[in-house]
Design a protein around this ligand. Structure first.
Ligand code: DLL
Length: 442
């Protein structure tokens, strides 16, 4: 841990030497670690041996970082095909933990960690919390779900590593969340943005002025959310909302996190991960700044090295210097996954774009759901929105709201859709990752 001296930089970084490393030093470290990681994969995981051999490459073909583009991608189906443990580079009895995705369809995705992996994860999550503005001694109210999901235990270990006081409340039991927020006075709230909003709403219904509590920062992630939602959360919760990103296949939360100085893109921790953005059609790497699919290679994972993992997340990278002094690339807010993208009469739409239009529209609560159906050969979209409790739900007021929402979506996103106006409380509330889309097309 380092206390920074310069006034232009944050007063505190968890690991200033790593976080402000010069580009040449960072790249040299990456090359070293990448060689190790490719070897760890090739020598210990039959899947990688087969995939590298088929592509005619082996770790000795890596002479510089650009050579990574000759190595094959890894996709979620590779994990499924090697279910449950065949993707691990260590025997199971040498692991320390296993997490898994919920796997609503088919087999869950299983991920394994060595003791060293858990240690580095705690460091990176501590680094992320500190970048977001958490400090040793802060009480951290951790409302990410504990269990097979990486959110709860990941944030927990990082907060402890930073020297914070953790309240491991997990998700759910929202009234109790409000009681403990009021009584314990935490500085930091960790939750999905949709659950944070649910907590704020329940607080209001219980007469608790949550914006007046000591909460200073919210670490919100695990699902796409918009700048408009950030403004709503800042205001309702009386804190600064910070975006945190991660995925189980790569580690869990803390792969990248915004700094609270800029809140403009998430610093991707490049001493442990190598980030590429590719064109999802041609699979070619794109130049810095162009939008495409994020591909991540782990540099230090022992139990489960991931080589060129296609995240399906759509974003862009920037290497412009950040005011906080951290040198690591920034990943722009993830708008959504390419498999969540809705194509409506040729227009590409992400649910988070719909959210950006809805949040803040007069008379509306910031809750919504999208229903996709088939209209003949074409796809059709209905957007369900919810009125604020203080709106008298007359036929005229609801029709006026529907008209206004439809008009805004048409003029901002360029698609026509049906608007269904629901009464207060009718849209299901989230306790973790919100379900934004109901797809009736299949
Ligand atoms: O959601 C890990 C996590 C926990 C991240 C807590 C942040 C906070 P998975 O369940 O494997 O892991 O889901 C990973 O969620 O590929 C993205 O599509 C999405 N996602 C995660 N963070 C963000 C974010 C955790 N900040 C998948 N913005 C990823 C947009 C996000 N999408």
């Amino acid at each position: 841990m380092t206390v920074m001296e310069s006034k232009t930089q944050p007063d505190f970084m968890f690991d200033a030497n790593a976080e402000t490393m010069s580009r040449p030093d960072l790249n040299a470290l990456q090359l070293d670690r990448l060689r190790w990681s490719l070897g760890q994969a090739y020598d210990n995981v039959p899947h990688y041996k087969r995939a590298f051999d088929a592509a005619g490459v082996s770790p000795k073909h890596l002479n510089n970082l650009d050579d990574l583009r000759h190595f094959p991608f890894t996709v979620k189906d590779d994990l499924r095909a090697n279910y449950p443990f065949k993707i691990f580079a260590k025997p199971v009895d040498q692991l320390a933990r296993i997490h898994a995705s919920s796997g609503t369809t088919g087999k869950p995705t299983v991920v394994g960690y060595s003791k060293g992996d858990l240690d580095r994860w705690a460091d990176l999550m501590a680094r992320s919390l500190a970048a977001a503005g958490a400090r040793p001694g802060d009480i951290v109210h951790n409302a990410y779900g504990y269990g097979l999901f990486t959110g709860g235990l990941g944030a927990h270990a990082g907060a402890e590593r930073l020297g914070c006081v953790v309240v491991p409340i997990s998700g759910g039991g929202t009234e109790r969340q409000v009681t403990l927020l009021r009584d314990f006075g935490p500085a930091i709230l960790c939750a999905t943005p949709s659950y944070a909003l649910n907590i704020a709403e329940v607080a209001t219904s219980l007469g608790v002025d949550i914006a007046a509590l000591p909460l200073r920062r919210g670490l919100f992630g695990a699902e796409p959310w918009s700048e408009e939602m950030r403004a709503a959360l800042d205001k309702r919760l009386g804190l600064k909302s910070v975006d945190i990103y991660g995925l189980s296949e790569i580690m869990g939360p803390g792969v990248a996190c915004e700094c609270d100085n800029a809140r403009a893109g998430l610093h991707g921790w490049e001493d442990h991960f190598l980030f590429e953005v590719i064109d999802p059609e041609t699979l070619e790497p794109l130049p810095m700044g162009e939008a495409g699919e994020l591909v991540i290679t782990t540099l230090t994972k022992e139990a489960m090295p991931m080589i060129r993992y296609r995240t399906r997340d759509i974003t862009r990278l920037t290497d412009e210097p950040c005011i906080c002094g951290r040198s690591h690339v920034r990943i722009q807010r993830v708008t959504g996954r390419d498999d969540d993208m809705i194509i409506l009469r040729g227009v590409n739409v992400f649910p988070s774009q719909i959210e950006a239009v809805l949040v803040g529209l007069e008379g509306l609560a910031p809750h919504y759901q999208i229903e996709l159906s088939r209209d003949g050969v074409l796809d059709a979209m209905a957007v369900e929105v919810e009125v604020l409790p203080d709106i008298a739900p007359t036929a005229e007021s609801l029709a006026a709201i529907a008209k206004n929402v439809g008009h805004n979506i048409k003029s901002i996103i360029g698609v026509t859709c049906e608007i269904r106006v629901k009464l207060a409380g009718e849209i299901p509330r989230s306790e973790g990752k919100a379900v934004r889309v109901r797809d009736l097309r299949k």
